[in-house]
Write a protein that binds this ligand. Structure first.
Ligand code: FAD
Length: 408
């Protein structure tokens, strides 16, 4: 079937890369990109890093504003897709307007998870998912002498590092027994715990927030599961995200945590693809187990694959997952997925603030986490991608030149 109109819902990293890849790959039909956000599409990772540090003056766009028109991409900003009519193959926007499609991609991303904590709706509670959130944090910065952060994941800790760097008193509360537990190995959690404490931040592990009590003077008391409380001028909620799947659910597509896709990133309706933070896909690096990844790499690589597929080149999604996070002076890069690791091997010395952790499962190298060690990361990406198994003693030996192990 020839594709005349491609419609993409959501203009984050995934949606924008998809429409631009389609044009780069030679698609000549109509391309519509519907974006709920009013701004020209921008890069999300800097919102908790350089954008905050730069005081909000350095927004990075995903593509130059002029490129959309130049490439014939109809970018509809500040518009929301309300409904998908799969039988008629059209989407209905807020206001009732409809757009027909031959191929539709759902790149609806994720939104912050809001745990059922009484008092969470208080205006002192801030969060960070989009540009407006980041700007709100900056507007409030002067008054934020004491901040409680709920969640020691990547975003909570990136913001904690920023605030601590500004001389603020920061207390992080985390339910798990270590920081970033969902995504990194124990040695990396240990390093970052010490790193943040070294910046003056208090981190309380295995502790929950039970209530946020407003005190009437623009401050709150954050009541904790151990009966203690934190006095704070603001609370930063960073308790993870939930995928935006409501459109897919209403359209009768299969959903399980994310919008379920096959290895070609097609939903249960072959005319509809899903990608990025909202999609749950069978991962080649997990033996085909389903996973939903929240990373720029995943959004971009999935977008490029779908564009090629819509242009007629059918291939399964097998890109290697990789990720990064900057927290103060600590630059973490992760190649591969460490889920289910049973052995860790240290390369370098954490005391020197430059090292990597090699993660193995059943003797097989599955991931490498590098701290201020980009050369290790770049080599690790190639090694894991090519399935080269680096024996633990070889990985640990500082004399090993990892890039020389890459099979050409
Ligand atoms: P999103 O970027 O969430 O975009 C989805 C878009 O779809 C949103 O604009 C949403 O409003 C819109 N939308 C949803 N529903 C509709 C609808 N019905 N109609 C129209 N539009 C709709 N990743 C990294 O790899 N490294 C990092 O260092 C890193 N740092 C991050 C820091 C922050 C503060 C955040 C929030 C994320 C960070 N991430 C990082 C994660 C990364 O940004 C995401 O994985 C990536 O943005 C996912 O892209 P996406 O296009 O799938 O979704």
């Amino acid at each position: 079937m020839s594709i005349e109109t491609a419609v993409v819902v959501g203009a984050g990293h995934a949606g924008v890369e998809l429409v631009h890849s389609l044009r780069k790959d030679g698609f000549e039909g109509r391309v519509v990109l519907v974006s709920a956000e009013p701004e020209f599409p921008y890069q999300r990772p800097p919102l908790s890093k350089d954008f905050l540090k730069g005081g909000g003056t350095n927004l990075l766009l995903l593509k130059a504003e002029a490129l959309y028109e130049k490439m014939g991409i109809e970018l509809m900003r500040g518009r929301h897709v309300e409904e998908i009519d799969r039988d008629a193959r059209l989407v209905r926007l807020d206001g009732g307007e409809t757009i027909g499609y031959d191929r539709l991609a759902l790149a609806t991303g994720a939104r912050n998870r809001r745990p059922p904590i009484p008092g969470l709706d208080d205006p002192v509670v801030l969060e960070l998912r989009d540009l407006a959130d980041s700007r709100r944090i900056l507007e409030r910065l002067d008054g934020l002498d004491r901040v409680a952060v709920i969640g020691a994941g990547f975003i909570g800790l990136e913001i904690a590092a920023f605030l601590a760097g500004k001389g603020k008193h920061v207390e992080v509360v985390e339910l798990a027994s270590r920081v970033m537990a969902r995504a990194v190995s124990e040695p990396i959690s240990d390093y970052f715990l010490a790193h943040h404490r070294g910046m003056g931040t208090t981190i309380r592990l295995e502790t929950g927030v039970t209530e946020i009590v407003h005190r009437g003077d623009n401050s709150v008391q954050v009541v904790l599961s151990d009966g203690s409380a934190i006095d704070a001028a603001a609370v930063l909620l960073a308790a993870g995200v939930v995928p935006n799947v409501e459109l897919a659910v209403a359209a009768g597509l299969e959903v399980n945590d994310g919008i379920v896709v096959d290895e070609f990133l097609r939903t249960s309706d072959p005319a509809i693809a899903a990608l990025g933070d909202c999609a749950s896909f069978p991962c080649a690096y997990l033996g085909g187990d389903y996973v939903r990844l929240e990373s720029v790499q995943n959004a971009n690589d999935q977008a490029r694959l779908i564009a090629k597929q819509w242009m007629g080149a059918e291939a399964p999604y097998t890109a290697l997952p990789w990720f990064w996070s900057h927290q103060g002076e600590a630059r973490l890069q992760i190649a591969g997925l460490g889920l289910g690791y049973d052995q860790t091997v240290l390369r370098g010395d954490p005391a020197e603030h430059k090292f990597s952790v090699f993660l193995y499962r059943g003797g097989k190298l599955i991931a490498v986490e590098s701290l201020n060690a980009s050369a290790d990361h770049m080599a690790a990406r190639k090694l894991i991608e090519k399935g080269t198994n680096v024996p633990p003693e070889t990985a640990a030996d500082p004399a090993t030149e990892l890039k020389k192990l890459i099979v050409k």
